[in-house]
Write a protein that binds this ligand. Structure first.
Ligand code: DO4
Ligand code: MG
Length: 271
């Protein structure tokens, strides 16, 4: 089952499998129900009307997007290379406690077809293609979407304490195009692909499987909600397993295409 959010004359509206749900229903209310019966509940709400483009980011403006990091060996190695404090990344990769950081409020997220950005005060930037968990208010995994955790490598590399500036700025968080409703077992072996095109040519391509992640999705969700109440649920980026080489930096005009399973999220980098 697939949830998408659309712009309409009356305001944003959710759809299930391409058919509108009643106007005014919010995602956190929709996902509140008991997990095994969630699909049936939503099915009962579906209207006959076909949903229309454009699609909006599949998140309510007040929901929070969090992220985990250094969950794939590729990410650990890339941070070790870029950082003067390489040991911190090796230690967090092996530690019991994961790295978790706040990424964006829903209102700041960009959706499919929108523009992401690189910081003007950074010279080394990358997209981070990630499986994004959709969590209800009990921190149960109820679905996933595709995400781009756009990041500045030189700012974080200079000092890990600069991480919020490397990660949190306008246009740094993209989600979409919609949400696949699924429990964690439905996402343990999904292909994640990244393609960056520049001037009509492929500038970088990479692929990883979610099966390569070091931690379980349930573990990441549990840590996020351990001492934090999230009454509207949350989105949790699960970390990148694809990092372009040292010579690569994301550039205005690039097109970034991220796929997670069947979902394809496309964004241009703003000029
Ligand atoms: O510690 C840096 C952040 C790592 C990250 O965002 C990732 O691994 O995806
Ligand atoms: Mg990341």
């Amino acid at each position: 089952m697939y949830l998408s959010r659309h712009r309409t004359a009356e305001g944003p509206r959710w759809a299930l499998d391409g058919r509108y749900l009643p106007q005014g229903l919010a995602l956190d209310r929709l996902l509140e129900g008991p997990v095994p019966e969630l699909g049936d509940t939503l099915e009962g709400l579906r209207t006959g009307e076909a949903a229309e483009d454009p699609v909006l980011p599949p998140v309510e403006p007040y929901q929070e997007v969090w992220a985990s990091g250094v969950t794939y060996m590729q990410s650990r190695e890339a941070r070790e290379l870029e950082s003067a404090d390489a040991d911190a990344y090796a230690r967090v990769y092996d530690a019991e406690r994961p790295e978790l950081f706040f990424k964006a409020h829903g209102w700041r997220a960009v959706g499919h077809g929108g523009e992401v950005r690189v910081r003007r005060d950074s010279r080394w930037n990358v997209p981070e293609p990630e499986l994004v968990l959709v969590l209800n208010n009990r921190m149960e995994v109820v679905g996933f979407t595709a995400g781009n955790d756009v990041s500045s490598r030189d700012i974080e590399g200079e000092n890990p304490l600069y991480l919020p500036q490397a990660k949190v700025y306008d246009g740094s968080c993209s989600l979409g195009p919609g949400i696949v409703l699924a429990g964690p077992d439905g996402m343990r072996d999904l292909p994640i692909r990244l393609r960056i095109s520049r001037g009509g040519r492929v500038a970088f391509e990479g692929e990883v499987s979610t099966s390569r992640i070091k931690r379980s999705f349930e573990e990441l969700a549990e840590y996020l909600g351990r001492e934090l109440t999230l009454p509207s649920g949350a989105f949790l980026m699960t970390g990148t397993g694809i990092v372009p080489g040292e010579e690569f930096t994301l550039t205005p005009g690039d097109r970034v295409e991220i796929s997670v399973g069947e979902l394809v999220l496309e964004n241009d980098v703003a000029g």
